[in-house]
Design a protein around this ligand. Structure first.
Ligand SMILES: [Zn+2]
Length: 281
């Protein structure tokens, strides 16, 4: 038995309600050595303490080579702070990377969670062809993933806020514009529009939601055709047959470019951790 153990890397995914922490043997690992999930309070100081304690417990005395944190929010260009977030409002502007670094004495950087999960998905799949990565959950977001020298390149945008109906009378969501894709198809938008959660929608209402999602994908694929679209997020994971309906609608409407195949991620929570981890390379 050796007395020195090799250094480990930590990837964290902080969502709206839970934080997931994984310990990895290298920045290109796809499975954590161990992991833990804890509930967050959304209060910065409380969650920061819990986060550093959880990491310390998981690394169990091993040397820590770096920490990457995926967060549900816009991240500063130096990857050190959260600039804006719908859920983690108390975390906005706080020196998150510096605070974790101070406690754990290793390099720390942040990444937007949608970007992390697109990058992770790209690294975990076998194919190396461009795809749209769509997060269909409470909100609608996503990125275009392309490959350069077989390495994935993630281009993030605000595709959920493309306008589908400029004359929509529903009050605008956080983006300030009425009639965006997210307001029709996102979980929160569905609740505002229909007065009930997505799980309680009637077949006719689902048809409307699927038509909106298909229209949104139409706009993406017509401007940048891809062979496939990969979905992540709660609505997609819980409503797989709706994704099939969206695929049929898209196939029917899309005439100018070949229709992509649509599928739901098979990596669920691991993609964001793997993507965040890769940024430490
Ligand atoms: Zn919007």
């Amino acid at each position: 038995m050796t007395s020195t153990r090799s250094a480990v890397f930590v990837a964290v995914d902080i969502g709206a309600t839970h934080a997931r922490v994984g310990i990895f043997s290298s920045t290109s690992a796809t499975k954590p050595l161990s992991h833990q999930v804890f509930k967050i309070s959304r209060k910065y100081r409380t969650d920061l303490k819990r986060l550093t304690e959880t990491i310390t417990e998981l690394i169990a005395g091993r040397t820590l080579a770096g920490v990457a944190i995926a967060v549900a929010g816009a991240v500063s260009t130096d990857r050190k702070k959260i600039l804006a977030s719908g859920n983690l409002t108390d975390w906005v502007g706080k020196p998150l990377a510096a605070d974790v670094r101070k406690q754990l004495k290793c390099p720390v950087q942040l990444i937007n969670d949608a970007e992390a999960s697109a990058l992770g998905e790209a690294l975990l799949r076998k194919e190396r062809t461009a795809f749209w990565h769509i997060i269909w959950g409470t909100g609608v977001g996503g990125s275009l993933v392309t490959y350069m020298d077989r390495q994935p390149v993630v281009t993030a945008g605000e595709l959920g806020h493309q306008i589908l109906d400029p004359h929509d009378t529903q009050k605008p969501d956080g983006c300030g514009q009425s009639g965006c894709l997210e307001s029709f198809a996102g979980g929160a938008g569905i609740e505002r529009r229909y007065g009930k959660p997505a799980a309680d929608l009637s077949e006719r209402e689902w048809q409307e939601v699927c038509e909106s999602m298909a229209q949104g994908l139409y706009n993406l694929v017509i401007s940048r055709p891809t062979e496939s679209v990969v979905f992540a997020g709660g609505v997609a994971l819980n409503q797989r047959k709706r994704v099939q309906i969206v695929e049929r609608l898209l196939r029917k409407n899309l005439k100018m470019v070949p229709a992509p195949t649509l599928r739901v991620t098979s990596h669920r929570e691991s993609a964001a951790l793997v993507g965040a981890l890769a940024t430490l390379a």
